[in-house]
Write a protein that binds this ligand. Structure first.
Ligand code: C2O
Ligand code: CU
Length: 479
């Protein structure tokens, strides 16, 4: 079957529905914390389920989800708390949970083959770790993630500030891009397609927020809301536009930033990235404001704020949103004495890579493709026995990533957040800490961080087909 997987290969139906068309009644914008935290572990079951990804009346989609749901339950804890989760695997494949963006104890990082063995079907694994940073994080498997995340295994992890900003609603907006066939089912035949792996990754044709088609966020005039936006897509770069309201950014990838207003309400999220926004509902009762995806100049309506008839009355006008309290990040970079590391990203369609080392063997491009390895870092396709670099605990590392490919990438660091120090095609923001860094085609980006978290940490492209196709390595932090 041929599906329209173009650059803006969304289902036309969504585009046509934009504006004032009738919207199906939809569930709550955010599932409130379903899981209390105490000493007993919260049980999360990874299992098959169904989800109404398409509009009501159209078929349900068979998915894999945490607790069978898409997204999985929102896990919510307070900064400094210990999160205990028992993962029960009821899938037909081994799996794990990785806690994306948490500066975590290495043994709990959930990377199959590096920090733990994957949990076989029918078995369980207990995760327990303290969360040092407040912010918006997410969780997903780190075994065959290109398939498991595409099938719906992911959820949001919210870590509350001790004194969170006062808002009337705290709303999760978890975006995903699904490749569905004509029956509305996950397009399984294209799992592993080298055409995707060597190009932009698995792009879908259906955009959901919180697993819903055209999600509606009920609001009242005068409310102040916090939005926690996360891109869980395998590969889709989301160019989002929040229309009509003013949106102030207060955090990026879970870490506070000095507040700034999104110009035209527009923001780009790479797979894995998050942004926290504050918006005041300044329109009149009965109004609506769309949340759109605008790649390639299109305007795909993904959801909307729908005002009810009420108005919130306040004693005093709202002040501009204040910044969040700082997290305990090691912010003091010693760039003068930094350990310098270079990582050259190679491969992909229209690239120059002719050979690379895979599992200790130098292979030509044809043999590499036969092994499903179409990308490399410093001439190595995929994970190696030895780390890319070994950092000394407490020392600053500066990593220069050279994107010698014709594709954009999203480099994700485990166990650490990093600051950009130089960017060949744009300016860096010295006040932003990220766990997932965008590199445009041909771009060189330097980042720095203090290697303060001992263990074995992955560093990979978060376009999951690129990761599986060779864009994966690791570094070690030793005492
Ligand atoms: Cu969100 Cu290594 O992953
Ligand atoms: Cu990539």
């Amino acid at each position: 079957m041929r599906l329209p997987f173009g650059r803006t290969g969304w289902n036309r139906r969504h585009v046509l529905l934009g504006g004032g068309a009738t919207l199906a009644a939809l569930a709550l914008p955010a599932r409130r914390p379903a899981h209390a935290v105490g000493s007993a572990p919260t049980v999360i079951r990874a299992l098959p389920g169904t989800a109404q990804l398409l509009p009501a009346g159209e078929p349900q989609t068979a998915v894999w989800g945490f607790d069978g749901m898409v997204p999985g339950p929102i896990l919510r804890v307070r900064q400094g708390d210990t999160l205990r989760v028992r993962l029960e695997n009821e899938l037909p494949q081994p799996t794990t949970i990785h806690w994306h963006g948490i500066r975590i104890d290495n043994a709990m990082d959930g990377v199959a083959g590096l920090t733990q063995e994957a949990v076989p079907p029918g078995e369980a694994f207990d995760y327990a770790f303290t969360v040092p940073d407040a912010g918006t994080f997410w969780y997903h498997p780190h075994n065959l993630s290109w398939e498991q995340v595409a099938r719906g295994l992911y959820g949001l992890l919210i870590v509350d500030e001790p004194d969170p900003p006062a808002v009337d609603q705290d709303i999760a907006l978890v975006f995903d891009d699904w490749r569905l066939d004509e029956a509305g089912q996950i397009h399984e035949a294209s799992f592993g397609a080298m055409m995707d792996w060597s190009h932009a990754g698995r792009l879908g044709n259906t955009l959901t927020i919180n697993g819903q088609d055209l999600m509606e966020v009920p609001v009242s005039a005068g409310q102040r809301v916090r939005l926690r936006v996360c891109n869980t897509a395998n590969a889709r770069i989301l160019n989002l536009r929040f229309e009509k309201h003013t949106h102030t950014v207060i955090a990026v990838d879970g870490q506070p930033v000095p507040p700034f207003v999104l110009e035209d309400g527009a923001t780009t999220l790479m797979p894995g990235q998050r942004i926290d926004l504050i918006a005041d509902m300044t329109l009149a009762p009965g109004a609506e404001a769309a949340i759109t995806e605008v790649t390639g100049g299109g305007r795909l309506v993904a959801g909307r704020f729908a005002y009810d008839a009420r108005s919130v009355t306040r004693e005093a006008a709202l002040n501009p949103p204040a910044g969040l309290p700082a997290n305990p990040l090691p912010e003091q970079l010693d760039l003068a004495n930094a350990q310098e590391v270079t990582l050259r990203m190679e491969g992909g369609a229209m690239g120059r890579m002719r050979e690379a080392t895979y599992q200790g063997q130098k292979l030509g491009i044809r043999e590499l493709v036969a092994q499903g390895k179409v990308w490399a870092f410093n001439g190595q396709a995929g994970m190696t026995d030895r780390p890319l670099f070994d950092a000394t605990l407490g020392k600053t590392v500066r990593l220069t990533m050279i994107n010698d490919t014709n594709w954009p990438h999203a480099m994700h660091f485990h166990g650490h957040h990093v600051r950009e120090t130089a960017r060949s095609q744009g300016s860096v923001r010295a006040d932003v800490w990220r766990d997932t860094v965008f590199l445009d085609r041909g771009e060189t980006v330097s980042v720095a961080f203090v290697a303060d978290n001992p263990g074995k940490w992955m560093l990979h492209c978060h376009m999951l087909e690129h990761q599986a196709g060779g864009m994966a390595t690791w570094f070690k932090v030793s005492a």
